[in-house]
Design a protein around this ligand. Structure first.
Ligand code: GLN
Length: 358
């Protein structure tokens, strides 16, 4: 059997069964999602992380490309109690190391007690504990990946739904999930997907009804240009954001963000809407959070478990953002109407812009 080692920042080295060979390093995180492994493994927000599945059997309904959120696997490695053959083969074909037969409950409690931590992985015929430890030594902290946007963004503008006659969306791709584009297209929008470092002129060329900042990996302060775009456009153009997008909007408008101990990753995170009193179930995948919204933004929704901000509105600007993933995939579709709200906000602004006849 192939050797497989996972070296943790707390000094321990776990031994498991090698399912896909290679060496890797990254921030060790866990998701409690019990379905949606294809979506999670192709979610660009997991770039530079090692994803542990707390649900014990991963792969029991196969691997189908139509469920992918992007064209490649993003976590640096994957850990589980048991991967099916389908998933192991898929990860091997993607060159992403995989280890199973691990006590994932122990991994989860370690992360919950010690916080998200660095790890090193070595899987293969001849690898040793030392190889995993060497990976760990070379592992950078999440916030030190300052160029992470370039790893996950489109290089050139892509236009989707050109023939749609709804709103025009400039989606700044900081690692956007495919389902965000799909959710907008399903509502008749035309979506211009712009690189993470798009210039003010690039956005002006689109003349969007809404500037939409996507989800994405790592520390929001590393997305300087997206922060600048929000600052530049917020007075005249409605702004929306999902996950990293919410954090970038807060950074742009006088708020602050911070790293959480171990983040929220799963498909049953309860969120309370402060105005309606309604609680919805949401999909989440984040390790940073808005700490202070600043004077231009107000918190409209909070996480029931830890009170962190989940929904934010502009006070004097047209802004709505969500920390969770309204597009689901994986997870519940309770909050898909976020996209209706974003497009209604865009529509009301474009109507105001039409000069009166008289
Ligand atoms: N899903 C996301 O957009 C993640 C946002 C950010 N990278 C975080 O970890 O908090």
């Amino acid at each position: 059997m192939t050797e497989a080692y996972v070296a943790l920042e707390d000094g321990r080295v776990l031994e498991g069964r090698g399912r896909a060979p290679g060496t890797a390093r990254g921030e060790l995180v866990f998701t409690t999602a019990y379905t949606g492994y294809e979506e999670s493994l192709t979610d660009p927000s997991y770039e530079e992380q090692v994803l542990t599945f707390s649900y014990p059997l991963i792969g029991n309904y196969g691997v189908r490309e139509e469920r992918f959120e992007d064209d490649r696997v993003h976590p640096r490695a994957a850990l589980a109690k048991e991967f099916t053959e389908d998933v192991a083969e898929w990860l091997e074909s993607e060159g992403v190391p995989a280890v199973d037969h691990l006590d994932t409950r122990e991994v989860v409690t370690t992360i919950r007690d010690g916080g998200a931590m660095k790890c090193g992985i070595a899987v293969g015929e001849d690898v040793t504990e030392e190889d995993a430890k060497e990976q760990l030594e070379q592992c950078e902290a999440m916030s030190d990946h300052t160029e992470i946007g370039a790893q996950v963004s489109v290089d050139e503008v892509e236009v989707h739904g050109e023939d749609n006659d709804g709103e025009t969306v400039a989606l700044v791709d900081c690692g956007a999930k495919g389902s965000i584009v799909d959710s907008l297209l399903a509502r008749n929008a035309t979506v211009h997907v712009l690189p993470h470092d798009a210039s003010v002129a690039d956005v002006e060329a689109v003349d969007p009804d809404v500037l939409f900042i996507s989800n994405g990996p790592g520390d929001p302060v590393n997305f300087e240009q997206a922060i600048t775009l929000v600052e530049e456009f917020v007075e005249d153009t409605p702004v929306a954001g999902i996950c990293l997008g919410q954090q970038i909007v807060a950074e742009a408008l006088g708020g602050t963000t911070e790293k959480m101990d171990f983040g929220h990753r799963g498909v049953n995170q309860p969120v309370l809407d402060l105005e309606s009193g309604q609680v919805v179930m949401t999909t989440q995948n984040h390790g940073y959070t808005v700490a202070e919204p600043g004077e231009h933004l107000e918190i409209t929704q909070i996480n029931v478990n830890d009170d962190t901000p989940e929904g934010i509105d502009g006070i004097e600007y047209d802004v709505i953002t969500r920390q969770y993933h309204p597009e689901a995939n994986p997870g519940p579709e309770d909050t898909l109407d976020f996209f209706d709200s974003v497009l209604a906000m865009a529509d009301s602004r474009s109507e105001q812009a039409v000069p009166a006849d008289d």
